[in-house]
Design a protein around this ligand. Structure first.
Ligand code: C2E
Ligand code: MG
Ligand code: MG
Ligand code: MG
Length: 260
């Protein structure tokens, strides 16, 4: 498909809401309990089946379509958390992590949109975690810091996604009110190699010295999990535990995890 064709079908898909959020569990490495679900979008294409976000999120960002799409994502995630709370499936600490793209974050209406969602789908804001990449917040520092503080004041949790891949100065960690670092899969998957191992260990020490929690992304085998536990990594996410799940399967996962 040509770019213009994809853009047009993406536009149509947004109108038709041809998307689904999948949910990947993030587990507490000490207790094995579920900490949160990361919401991961899928495009349910009438002919092509499920299309992965890597194939359309960048285009959505370039075209500005990420704004209406992002609003749909936020709404769907709030609705889902509300539904799990209503079904008594949500432990008080269970949160949903929502990926926020740079353009979405820079949108002047971003905070207002989240506030409106909280009114429409009342959930504890502490149980909503906004995942932001380093690249998304590395410019316009003063505006960014103010916005992050506004979000924290409302009660949202903030995490830095794909940490370690942004090639940015570490000083922002002092300035930005974030709660969690998500160590990128590229380091975790190579932890058998000395260098990657040392990088993960160094990120862990840095995070803990700054009172931040760490989520290791892309944990695929038990050897990685053992190494992470030995470093006192709090949380892990990856195929070792579960792939991203449809709403139905995520709901079952929650029920099972509570012995229901
Ligand atoms: P991300 O936020 O870093 O999400 C983690 C990605 O790693 C997901 O890919 C997930 O399926 C994959 N993953 C999880 N565990 C493993 C593992 O053990 N091994 C491997 N090989 N992969 C694993 P996915 O769902 O394809 O999403 C890719 C990226 O697309 C995301 O990376 C995020 O940057 C973006 N994305 C996904 N959903 C959204 C969304 O709703 N909004 C925005 N703005 N971006 C999204
Ligand atoms: Mg993410
Ligand atoms: Mg990530
Ligand atoms: Mg990543």
């Amino acid at each position: 498909m040509k770019i213009l064709e994809i853009e047009n079908s993406l536009r149509l898909a947004i109108e038709n809401q041809d998307f689904e959020l999948y949910y990947q569990p993030i587990l507490d490495l000490k207790t094995g309990e579920i900490r949160s679900f990361e919401a991961l979008i899928r495009w349910c294409h009438p002919d092509k089946g499920l299309i992965s976000p890597a194939d359309f999120i960048p285009l959505a960002e370039d075209t500005g379509l990420i704004i209406p799409l992002g609003n749909w994502i936020i709404k769907a995630a709030f609705q889902q958390l509300r539904q799990w709370i209503d079904q008594d499936l949500s432990l008080p600490s269970l949160s949903i992590c929502i990926n926020i793209s740079g353009r979405q974050f820079s949108n002047p209406d971003f905070v207002t949109i989240l506030q409106r969602m909280l009114k429409d789908y009342p959930v504890p804001p502490e149980n909503i975690e906004l995942e932001i990449t380093e690249g998304a917040i590395m410019h316009r520092e003063d505006l960014v810091i103010e916005k992050l503080h506004q979000l924290k004041e409302i009660g949202f949790k903030l995490s830095i996604d794909d940490f370690g891949t942004g090639y940015s100065s570490l000083s922002y960690l002092q300035l930005f009110p974030v709660d969690t670092l998500k160590v990128d899969r590229s380091f975790v998957s190579q932890m058998g190699d000395h260098d990657s191992y040392e990088i993960v260990k160094t990120i862990m020490t840095l995070a803990h010295n700054l009172n931040l929690d760490v989520v290791a992304e892309g944990v695929e085998d038990s050897k990685q999990a053992t190494l992470l536990q030995a470093m006192n990594c709090e949380y892990a996410q990856g195929y070792l535990y579960s792939p991203p799940l449809s709403t139905e399967k995520a709901t079952r996962f929650l029920a099972d995890s509570q012995g229901a």
